[in-house]
Design a protein around this ligand. Structure first.
Ligand code: NAP
Length: 329
């Protein structure tokens, strides 16, 4: 079988290699084997290849925080999953044609779900939801501001916020993103520049802005912080700029802005297995209700992993880059 390995941390498209390895073998009693149908290339996977992610395993290492797969074999004690089930894998190292994992690490999906969408279910949808739920209690009519608003997390946050009557100010790098975001239900779209505070001020007309969601970091953090009301929370969950956060001390000292960090794993770690399963069930129902699909720009074969990862790093692509390791999905 084929899998992707990183032999040295560095430029992602240069360090990933698709290699032939031994098959995963047959499952033990409490294990399952799945054929990976698709995985997305997420910003965290790119950071992983660079050696800049929070996990930096000894090399060679296989990236891949999420995937969707079809169960092809189950161990003799397994009753929760059966051959043919479509599943997402909660374990990592998914850039491979097959995975063998404990049966309690997969979540069975409803038959009929779009496998390409399911490949992107594990990380971004719960991230968008928990960012909106876990830091500030928001009620109908409240405002929230986010940058990288045209990312898939950002688009999901817009949909979710709109369904709850929460109003969104969406900050992006280019006006090209505005039509898509307005169509999703964005209340306001703005460009991230030196005029941001004044523009947000005009939008709010005295209303509070108690939550900011930052996936860019660097100087963007300071701009987002300046838009918030005193005592508001600014949650950093990504660093697309690659730069260290900058923020004026006065934001914390005088204006009492609360800086928080978010990483999905930490939030899932404290949930029971049952709650994790019910969370994904609720998310699938939400996505169905919203009739929302995360845009996909291109699907690559696993042999072209270098080209796929280079594509995923281009700016302003119109959707996620997926890889289908076992051929067409
Ligand atoms: N902490 C967590 O648990 C967690 C979980 C999921 C995701 N995340 C983070 O959430 C962010 C979005 O992830 P995603 O999968 O939704 O992304 P995505 O769909 O691949 O989109 C990437 C986004 O980043 C923007 N971007 C890229 N470089 C940028 C820069 N230098 N300055 C400003 N914006 C930039 C892109 O804007 P353009 O369209 O203008 O290029 C695009 O909106 C990432 O930082 C990711 O690491 C964190």
């Amino acid at each position: 079988m084929k899998k992707v390995v990183v032999n040295a941390y560095g430029e992602p498209e240069e360090v990933v290699e698709c290699v032939e390895v031994e098959d995963v073998g047959v499952p033990d009693g409490d294990e399952v084997v799945l054929h990976v149908l698709a995985f997305p290339i997420n910003p965290a996977d790119i950071s992983f290849c660079r050696g800049r992610y929070r996990l930096k395993p000894p090399l060679p290492a296989t990236p891949g925080a999420e995937c969707v797969g079809r169960i092809t074999a189950v161990g003799s004690f397994v009753s929760s999953v059966k051959v043919g089930d479509l599943v997402i894998n909660l374990d990592r190292e998914n850039w491979a044609q097959k995975r063998r994992v404990k049966s309690n690490r997969v979540v069975v999906l409803p038959a009929g779900i779009d496998p390409c969408q399911a490949a992107m279910l594990r990380i971004n949808p719960p991230t968008a939801r928990l960012l909106l739920e876990d830091f500030v209690e928001l009620k109908e009519g409240d405002w929230v501001i986010q940058n990288a608003a045209n990312s898939s997390v950002g688009q999901l946050a817009i949909k979710l916020a709109r369904s709850r009557g929460i109003r969104t100010i969406n900050v992006v790098r280019s006006e090209d993103a505005f039509p898509t975001l307005y169509k999703l239900g964005a209340d306001v779209c703005l460009i991230d520049n030196g005029n941001l505070v004044a523009q947000v001020h005009d939008v709010l007309r005295g209303a509070d802005l108690r939550l900011g969601i930052d996936a860019v970091a660097g100087s963007a953090t300071a701009r987002l912080a300046s838009c918030l009301s005193p005592g508001a929370t600014l949650c950093i969950y990504g660093s697309m700029s690659g730069d260290a956060i900058t923020i004026a001390p006065s934001e914390l000292v005088y204006r009492n802005i609360h800086m928080r960090g978010f990483i999905l794993g930490r939030h899932l770690d404290v949930l029971s297995e049952d709650r994790i399963r019910s969370l994904y069930k609720e998310i699938i129902e939400d996505l169905d209700r919203f009739d929302f699909k995360i845009p996909i720009e291109q699907v690559y074969p696993i042999e072209n992993i270098g080209r796929a990862i280079a594509h995923a790093q281009r700016s302003r692509h119109a959707g996620k880059i997926l890889v289908a390791p076992n051929g067409s999905i």
